[in-house]
Ligand binder design. Sequence first.
Ligand SMILES: [Zn+2]
Ligand SMILES: [Zn+2]
Length: 554
Amino acid sequence: MSNKNKIRILPLGGLGEIGKNMTVIEVGEDLAIVDAGVMFPEDDMPGVDLVIPDITYLIENANRVKGIFLTHGHEDHIGGVPYVLRQLNVPVYGTKLTLGLLRVKLIEHGLERSTELREVKAGERLQVGNIDVEFIHVNHSIADVVAMAFHTSLGAIVYCSDFKFDQTPYDGKVADLHTFASLGKKGVLCLLSDSTNAERPGYTASERSVGETFRSLFSKAEGRILVATFASNVHRVQQIFDAAAREGRKVSVTGRSMIRVVEVASELGYLNIPEGILVDLDKMDKLPREQSVIITTGSQGEPMAALSRMAMAEHNRISIAPGDTVIISASPIPGNEKAVGRIINQLFKEGANVVYEPHLGIHTSGHAQQEELKLLMNLCKPRYFIPIHGEHRMLLKHAELAEATGVAKENIVIGEIGLPVEFTSEGVHVRERVVSGQVFVDGLGVGDVGNIVLRDRRQLSTDGIMIVVVTMSKQEGKVVAGPDVVSRGFVYVRESEGLMDEARQKAKEALDACIAQNNVEWGSLKSAVRDSLNRFLWEKTKRRPMILPIIMEI
Ligand SMILES: [Zn+2]
Ligand SMILES: [Zn+2]
């Protein structure tokens, strides 16, 4: 019998980490994927471009998957969709802007034609098999964001990923508090909610307050104004256009993602660019500096982004001049502080007036702080609570808030990627772990780079490589030529000829010893060379280059 009462929540990403959000909601036999994000690689993942969730479980249950349901258009929620679709062709549900941003990705991946995109609106409720889902409008740092309520026989599961409650949002669309309240009245089984800012007391400031700061900064600025912000923050970008228009300045947009978002958002009606204000970057230099504004990417100190290239005087069209004002309208994502600091220093050196301090009101977070998180709990009154979207300590802080609002301690589940949380009329159980984790994307390869490749890359990047080449006659079991040694990234060879000679000698001795014992298996010859050189080089240099023996057979 298909048991519609069997309800499970399975996190596949976004727990114990910030990024690659993905949660599976299972109602009986049917399965909904909520979000499919990417994460940017950590410092110890050299060469990796992106990290996506391991979806083995979804592939194994492919016939049960009803679709991908997207909360909003940020990379940590939609960036992994093309990779999922390559293996699992299911419909994708999302709001207009979310799907608009996704479409650009699908075109890049050649998946646009084969993918079924189904637009949904906040307030709508739809049923796909056992999945009965309602979309609820919330505020965030991008437009058109929804939370979801999955209606089940045991009550609603409210999935409220990235959100804030902005009482004066730029587009006038306040989060739908009424729906949360009425869900709470009917009975919410479980609330899953955004833990990003669970450590921060109070409320997040309204997006509108940033617009006010822009107005006052723009009215005082004398030279050119540059504003760096997140491309996807459509309302932020709009407020920059508004402030520029007030001062009669023209605006240019630079940075690949910024140009793309401005295109998509204005096409879909989320961005309203005043007539004649937008000018090509090429024409910017012909305008007086006091009449120009540039909106750019690079607020996170990304070395290849437009702002960084301008600061380093490497941008081919835009340079910084004394008297320019640069506004960094973002706060650095943890880990990026150093890179951002470097750019700010450089901009000051070029003579710019850099406005970057958080207390100046040039940025506000898109994530709810403690009072808003508690408000959501009080509206929903959930029986169970699972903090999501955060590192472990944030999840714990969020759990404390839940307890403070009256959720029973034993009903709070600190989840883990791969552990299904199952609800029955009797209670909640954490079930057996399913295959899960992370998959690396490097260039065109998805999943081919694993921990072994990464270990090699780390070794190569710290101590270099030594290659030992020897030519042997298999029949006679003897060395015909070599061994020769070549190294890269290990020592400066010209000044280490003695060491290289000795290494060659050590390799030869190791080979000779094997041959003398009649041990001429290629495998054992190679490991003898490797062991001997490892020991020798460590003694001599306290370095451990990768040693790669190559035997050529004649
Ligand atoms: Zn987001
Ligand atoms: Zn997010």
